[in-house]
Design a protein around this ligand. Structure first.
Ligand SMILES: [Zn+2]
Length: 307
């Protein structure tokens, strides 16, 4: 038996066939047709059809998406892929593929996957964050996603950066309409923008991290600013949720030094004499979101909606 999982990202759409034993016999990726809602729908449908032709049967489809489907209206809200907002994504894709499809916020899928059989397996309280193009988060408690009445549980990225310094105010403009959101500092583009503001150099985040590891002073300074901001942002989460484990996902989770340096800094922002929360990389790497999407079906069948 197979389940199809789709991860609808801002730059790529990934789809997998997930087998019962956790293996992935088929994995496909295409570039996201940005600012093209109809094209986005068609791309997802084509990926699903291609997978089904390869596995030789129809399968359930779960989709991890940016933002959420509003419980009140059925329309997408809060997506940083802004061309999805206000659209009837669930209804339209179900019609296109002629079957019911389950949706969950991409960070919730990520958190659920890592809490179930990933880096936070066995932990009772898990905060999963995706820090890449955007900055999302999901809370899993005792194996269940904390969706919330507004479907925004775990959405820390549009809180203001905590304890801002003078040169962090008012902060970069965010697509949500505010300034100085955590996402504008911690996302990959946020790191690149901060480095460019300080040095005049426009570099990819991975290049900045590589230069920091090689000892380049300006890149090290950028990473230190970044790490302190992440420590403040996660410290405020620890104060509220007090998770056993925080799993980092998304492109920024590939920066190895974060796992030592951020916890070394977050104690000063947490209201506790000691902090036992662990910050860990994802076990399933970039696959976690799409795996969590695939698992939406059996998870949903045994209980309340995790998304
Ligand atoms: Zn924002």
């Amino acid at each position: 038996m197979f389940r199809i999982g789709v991860d609808l990202g801002g730059t790529k759409i990934e789809a997998i066939a997930l087998a019962d034993d956790g293996s992935i016999p088929v994995r496909l990726r295409v570039a996201t047709p940005r600012h093209d809602y109809r094209g986005t729908l068609e791309s997802i449908a084509q990926l699903v059809r291609e997978i089904e032709s390869r596995i030789g049967r129809q399968a359930s489809v779960g989709v991890g998406m940016p933002g959420a489907i509003s419980p009140a209206t059925g329309l997408v809200k809060n997506a940083n892929s802004t061309w999805l907002n206000g659209k009837a994504l669930s209804e339209d894709l179900s019609a296109l593929l002629d079957r019911p499809i389950r949706f969950a916020n991409d960070a919730n899928c990520f958190a659920l996957s890592e809490a179930s059989d990933g880096a936070a397996a066995g932990a009772s309280c898990v905060f999963g964050v995706i820090v890449g193009t955007g900055t999302g988060g999901g809370v899993v408690v005792n194996g269940r996603v904390l969706t919330g009445i507004n479907a925004i549980g775990g959405e820390w990225g549009h809180n203001p950066l905590p304890a801002p310094m003078a040169d962090e105010l008012p902060g970069p403009a965010c697509y949500c309409g505010r300034r100085g959101c955590i996402e504008t500092f911690l996302s990959g583009p946020g790191l690149a923008r901060d480095h460019e503001r300080a040095t005049g150099l426009s570099l990819e985040p991975a290049e900045i991290a590589g230069r920091a590891d090689a000892g380049e002073p300006e890149a090290k300074a950028t990473l230190e600013r970044y790490e302190d901001r992440m420590a403040r942002a996660l410290g405020s989460i620890i104060n509220v949720v007090d998770p056993d484990v925080i799993v980092l996902g998304g492109g920024m989770s590939n920066i190895a030094r974060l796992y030592d340096r951020v916890p070394a800094r977050w104690s000063r922002y947490v209201f506790s004499d000691r902090v036992d929360t662990r910050l860990v990389p994802p076990r399933h790497g970039d696959s976690s979101g799409v795996r969590g999407a695939a698992w939406l079906w059996p998870v949903l069948e045994v209980g309340r909606s995790p998304a």
